[in-house]
Write a new protein. Structure first.
Length: 277
């Protein structure tokens, strides 16, 4: 990837991270750890790869995206605002009773949201259905989804994992956000889902690995997925929970905690913004 393109995507990802922290601090609630960890993937998908149009969010020929781990709505809202689906200032209403930006994505209220999610495991099932619909309708759109590594402890994820290869859904690509942590701690101690790559391979998926914070690595995995015929692709994306904020990185305690005022200032400084007062 050209350096200028990588620099632009890095700027987008940085803004996404700033907006995530602002959303969660404003609400006094939310999930920063996993949201920060997927910012680079979202920046790549929405600003380099996916065919989406903020002026026509329901275009039947658009690519689809499902945030299967719906608690990472702050990241999805941030990239949608950056792309122009709705005004950035609306992000400060996150989780407010008067806002349409709920704690989990609502496809009926938020422009650009393709699937309402929250109950873990359901999003990837819906993504499989979207991909099958595309095949039946002879459409060329692609479907992308992000799952948490803790999320794949849910049984219905593996029903979807059987479904997609059975129907040869090569228009489906999922990212497993592999940061090794969930709300209760180390995923291998809660309910060990590893080796993740071998399990998806056993279910009939094409499997790619990538560094979730390296745009060349993300691009290589996505382009390989697009070249594979007759199989869905699972991209195991090695990530850092809380990426970009020093005291949140690799800390399970920041899975679902909001920063206080002092922590907000430190986080924003880590992300290149000085907060007065």
């Amino acid at each position: 990837m050209e350096q200028a393109k990588k620099d632009k995507l890095a700027e987008v990802a940085l803004q996404i991270r700033r907006d995530i922290i602002t959303e969660i601090h404003s609400a006094g609630a939310g999930h920063p750890g996993g949201s920060l960890g997927v910012a680079d993937i979202l920046a790549y998908l929405y600003f380099e790869e996916m065919n989406v149009d903020p002026k026509n969010p329901k275009d039947p020929d658009r690519d689809r995206f499902v945030m299967s781990k719906g608690h990472c709505a702050p990241a999805l809202y941030a990239v949608l605002a950056e792309k122009g689906f709705f005004p950035r200032e609306d992000l400060k209403g996150f989780r407010s009773i008067d806002s349409y930006l709920e704690g989990h994505p609502d496809m009926k209220k938020v422009p650009g949201v393709d699937m309402s999610t929250g109950s873990l495991g359901q999003g990837v099932c819906a993504a499989g259905g979207m991909a099958l619909a595309g095949k039946l309708d002879k459409k060329n759109y692609r479907v992308y989804a992000i799952l948490g590594d803790g999320e794949i402890e849910e049984g219905q994820v593996w029903e979807a994992a059987m479904f997609a290869p059975h129907y040869k859904l090569d228009n489906l690509t999922i990212f497993v956000d592999f940061n090794g942590l969930q709300i209760d701690g180390d995923i291998t101690k809660v309910m060990n889902p590893t080796p993740i790559d071998k399990k998806f391979e056993a279910f009939g998926w094409n499997v790619e690995l990538c560094d979730a914070h390296d745009f060349d690595s993300i691009e290589a995995a996505v382009q390989k997925a697009k070249s594979v015929k007759g199989q869905p692709t699972a991209i195991i994306a090695k990530s850092v929970k809380g990426k970009g904020v020093s005291f949140m990185e690799n800390e399970a305690s920041w899975h679902g905690s909001a920063p206080n005022d002092e922590q907000y200032k430190i986080a924003m400084k880590d992300l290149g913004v000085e907060i007065d007062g």
